[in-house]
Design a protein around this ligand. Structure first.
Ligand SMILES: O=C(O)CNC(=O)[C@H](CS)NC(=O)CCC(=O)C(=O)O
Length: 292
């Protein structure tokens, strides 16, 4: 897709609680504020609807995609505000005993342009005793997803995915100018790795990185890192949040993608080493085209 733009992107930062309804109210108010400030495209964090570690309580609240009230409300909101609204992810029911961590890109008519299920599950044990088993409740996705915005192609990822650079290279090779990383990074790993990982994905692929974050002490007792970021294709941080709920906003010039990739053609040079070309591995890249 040829470069177009510029446009204005906003990252909404949240401190999501245990229940969907208050989360929806908090997020909707911030989305409206971001649009009042000029946003054409708004991204919210991972699990914008609830952060509930207790399995029984989680499944009590989970809905299937077709019945989910948050998704319905966000589709209406996108239409009311006439924006591209990207809900970083919602916890949804995928089957009677499994959840999905699913991202939704919604167009200004309220239609779902693309959805993506988080591929990499955060099953880790930190030295300080923090331990996470995302795969205990969630089933991982199996396909990478891209879609087309009026301003260029976008690739969808979620949180822990950021540690798997091959996914980002596949999305960039498939033409993504923007890659989204909605997150609920832990405070511990965020302090150590967040900026470096996001800037590296932007630099090595010559693309914008949009990262809307959860931040602060949540009702579930967890501390998330915050620091929502917008990084340009040269690795420059254009906007950064703190730890409080709010939003960051900046103008995005898609021409910067071409400039960065002309200066340092690492996408072209990478092919010399036989990196997987997604066009020859269609099973790994599900191409979702928008209506624009
Ligand atoms: O479980 C929930 O309530 C919401 N989901 C999350 O918080 C997810 C899975 S536990 N968090 C991450 O992927 C953090 C990754 C991270 O922090 C890193 O890669 O260092």
């Amino acid at each position: 897709m040829s470069a177009a733009g510029p446009f204005t992107a906003a990252m909404v930062q949240l401190r999501t609680g245990l229940l969907p309804q208050p989360s929806l109210e908090q997020a909707s108010a911030l989305i409206r504020e971001a649009v009042a400030a000029g946003a054409d495209y708004v991204l919210t964090p991972e699990v914008s609807n609830m952060m509930q570690p207790n399995r029984a309580a989680l499944f009590e609240q989970l809905a299937f995609q077709d019945d989910d009230l948050s998704l319905k409300a966000y589709r209406t909101l996108a239409r009311d505000l006439n924006i591209h609204l990207h809900i970083g992810s919602l916890a949804l029911k995928a089957s009677p005993d499994r959840a999905a961590n699913r991202s939704f890109l919604i167009d200004p008519q309220g239609a779902i342009l693309a959805s993506y299920d988080k591929i990499h599950m955060f099953d880790i044990d930190l030295e300080n005793g923090e331990s996470y088993r995302e795969s205990a409740n969630y089933q991982p996705g199996e396909t990478a997803v891209i879609s087309d915005l009026p301003w260029g192609r976008i690739g969808l990822t979620i949180c822990y995915d950021v540690r798997f650079p091959a996914l980002y290279r596949a999305l960039a090779d498939a033409g993504a100018s923007f890659i989204t990383v909605p997150a609920a990074f832990t405070k511990t790993t965020g302090e150590a790795h967040w900026h470096v990982l996001l800037r590296a994905r932007a630099i090595e692929n010559g693309c914008f990185i949009f990262a809307a974050a959860q931040g602060g002490r949540h009702d579930n007792g967890r501390d998330t890192f915050g620091h929502s970021l917008i990084v340009d294709p040269w690795g420059v941080v254009l906007a950064e949040g703190g730890t409080e709920p709010g939003f960051i906003i900046t103008e995005i010039d898609p021409a910067k993608v071409t400039k960065a990739r002309s200066a340092i053609p690492s996408l072209q040079h990478g092919r010399r080493f036989g990196l997987a070309d997604p066009k020859t591995n269609p099973e790994h890249l599900h191409l979702v085209r928008g209506t624009v």
